[in-house]
Design a binder for this molecule. Structure first.
Ligand SMILES: [Fe+2]
Ligand SMILES: [Fe+2]
Length: 324
């Protein structure tokens, strides 16, 4: 006689075969489908970290909205920061389809337990930082995220399609800020170059550690969550930047950067991975400030959440035919 435990193993084996077949055939895994627990956990981690990055990423630019140099610049920057809020919300919703609640994710973030992109822990002292962030940080985000539109998990891939369209606008507005500064006074050109000097290396680090030090990458590629390796994406990004830097008249701050005909790729200087891991651990220039700001915003927004919940409760009562 077969024990129930054995039956569940048989079920899982069938389900796993079905899952593998869907992935192999480039079909999407949807929330209703069975999926291996490790796949679910990997996606929860990746999508929630991505959502947190969008939300924390609003801060370095948000603090320039009131100081943008013209009404037009203010309107553009405000639209961009609002887009990032929208990205965060799509992504939290996508993560929720995997069985984690929004409250849990938010709590992990404000308790300092969740990771987010380490780039948002650097300060934004000048207006040129808005240009450098748009050009480099949103530029790196596009290179990272375009392949995610084909992610095997349906809700994540679909969210990425709209996110990527908006990221293209973000990158263009950053490029255009830098172009305007580079056509300005000597002081403005220096300000643009200085901002690029500060953001260039952290933007390269956004693709994650080199392939030989990225233990989870291979599994994510087998599952078709990730389509290209960290180093391949970094190469693609640098290949995009080089001609754009020429148009801007900006120098990319890497004396070792040059095209290598033999390898058909760019040789580049060493990224400071010690700094990257320090910032990731919470020791960057603005980590504490970013989390504190998010915690305060969350607490100050409590009345909005309560009011929305109460409104939803009354609407439900009305729908049932009871007067609230
Ligand atoms: Fe975004
Ligand atoms: Fe963006």
């Amino acid at each position: 006689m077969t024990a129930p435990a054995d039956l569940s193993v048989v079920d899982d084996a069938d389900a796993l075969a079905r899952f593998d077949e869907l992935v192999a055939n480039e079909q999407r895994i949807e929330p209703r489908d069975w999926m291996p627990e490790a796949y679910r956990k990997t996606l929860i981690r990746q999508i929630s970290q991505h959502a947190h990055s969008e939300i924390i990423g609003m801060q370095p630019e948000g603090n320039w909205i009131t100081r943008a140099p013209s009404l037009k610049r203010k309107a553009i920057l405000m639209a961009k920061v609002q887009d990032e809020a929208g990205h965060g919300l799509y992504l939290y919703s996508a993560a929720q389809t995997l069985g984690i609640t929004r409250d849990t994710m938010m709590q992990q973030l404000i308790d300092g337990k969740a990771k987010y992109s380490s780039i948002f822990n650097y300060p934004t002292p000048t207006w040129a930082d808005m240009g450098a962030i748009g050009w480099l940080v949103d530029g790196a985000a596009i290179v990272n995220q375009v392949p995610l539109c084909r992610c095997s998990y349906g809700p994540y891939g679909r969210a990425m399609v709209r996110v990527c369209k908006e990221e293209s606008f973000h990158q263009r507005q950053g490029f255009e800020i830098l172009l305007t500064l580079m056509q300005g006074t000597e002081e403005q050109r220096e300000m643009a170059q200085d901002a690029v000097n500060r953001w260039y290396w952290p933007s390269l680090a956004m693709f994650g550690p080199p392939d030989d030090q990225s233990p989870n990458s291979a599994q994510s590629m087998t599952w078709k969550i990730k389509r290209f390796s960290n180093d391949d994406l970094r190469q693609r990004f640098v290949g995009m930047l080089v001609p754009q830097a020429e148009i801007l008249g900006i120098t990319l701050p890497d004396p070792d950067l040059r095209w290598n005909d033999e390898t058909q790729s760019y040789d580049m200087g060493e990224i400071d991975w010690d700094e990257f891991f320090e910032v990731l651990k919470g020791n960057g220039p603005c980590n504490a400030e970013r989390i504190e700001r998010r915690r305060t915003a969350h607490e100050e927004g409590a009345w909005v959440r309560e009011a929305a919940a109460e409104y939803a409760r009354k609407q439900a009562l009305c729908a049932e035919g009871q007067v609230a």
